[in-house]
Design a protein around this ligand. Structure first.
Ligand SMILES: [Zn+2]
Length: 301
């Protein structure tokens, strides 16, 4: 959580009203053909929508024509229409372009920011599909340790969104990984530590688990917390449920996972999350076998 020095918020309304290109070409019968392409694109950005919604709108007319690219985050409405007409005429080339851009102060990703985002090495998106399948014989696997240290006990997806630009409460780099899952899916502690529950701000309802070495895991946008500040938990313990609280409100429910090693600056959690999911998948056969053994023992008792 290290927002830039420039607080930037507002609304960008970009209206690319009309781009008209007339391309003359000589037809076989000697007449001139004019192709006319009209592209109209409107992109509206509002800073009050949830985390994790990004839209890039690109309007391009025809080869060689003017191209307008508008990249916005948290785009809440995007409309675009394209019409193409061809007519035979002897009229010479005509080109008219009208562009209107209205900008109210807003977060702008500078070229320096974009370069840092682009330069960051990223790994493929992941899911817990294989893990969920491996655990399907154990109905309560999510709450009994089947997901190991992975922080979401159920079907979940995550991508390498570290350093992606975010706009709440102001433009900053995303310093975590968003793990998307259905609302109400159990959120699990990735480690052993002491709990702090917080509520408010961009993270909404959040649980922080701090290890004895000072390393903290911050799990945000929860729907509910099932622990209290001061509780001591182990890895895999249920600490809450997936939601959309804080600035994720109205967006796809997810857990924002952030890790601060030894109380220091945030570290990219994606490799750790990948490793924890892999670890849980490797352990799934033994976990399922243990569950079946426990059932046999219970039946024999
Ligand atoms: Zn996030």
């Amino acid at each position: 959580m290290s927002p830039p020095s420039r607080p930037l918020a507002g609304v960008v309304l970009t209206v690319v009203a009309l781009l008209t290109l007339a391309v003359p070409a000589l037809a076989e019968d000697g007449t001139t053909t004019t192709s006319s392409t009209t592209t109209s694109s409107t992109t509206t950005t509002r800073p009050d929508s949830g985390d994790g919604s990004e839209t890039t709108t690109t309007s391009t007319t025809a080869p060689g024509a003017e191209s307008t690219t508008t990249t916005t985050r948290r785009a809440t409405s995007t409309t675009s229409s394209t019409s193409t007409t061809s007519t035979s005429t002897t009229t010479p080339t005509t080109t008219s372009t009208s562009t209107t851009t209205t900008t109210v102060p807003d977060a702008v990703v500078t070229p320096e920011m974009q370069a840092r985002i682009d330069a960051y090495p990223r790994t493929p998106a992941r899911s817990t599909d294989a893990l969920v399948a491996a655990l399907e014989l154990v109905p309560d696997a999510a709450t009994t340790g089947g997901f190991g240290r992975f922080p979401v006990g159920g079907r979940a997806t995550w991508s390498h969104d570290w350093l992606f630009p975010r706009h709440e409460p102001e433009l900053h780099f995303h310093e975590g990984t968003d793990v998307f899952a259905a609302r109400g899916t159990p959120v699990l502690s990735p480690t052993a530590g002491t709990v702090r529950v917080s509520n408010g701000g961009s993270g909404g309802l959040a649980v922080t688990v701090t290890q004895t070495d000072g390393t903290s895991w911050y799990l945000a946008h929860l729907d509910a917390a099932t622990v209290r500040t001061g509780d001591v938990v182990g890895p895999g313990a249920v600490v809450g449920t997936v939601g959309d609280s804080g600035n994720a409100r109205g967006g796809s429910p997810h857990v924002h996972v952030e890790v601060w090693p030894f109380g220091g600056a945030p570290l990219d959690p994606k490799p750790l999350l990948d490793a924890y999911a892999d670890e849980a998948l490797r352990g799934a056969p033994a976990f399922v076998a243990g569950h079946r053994l426990a059932l046999l023992r219970a039946g024999a008792a």
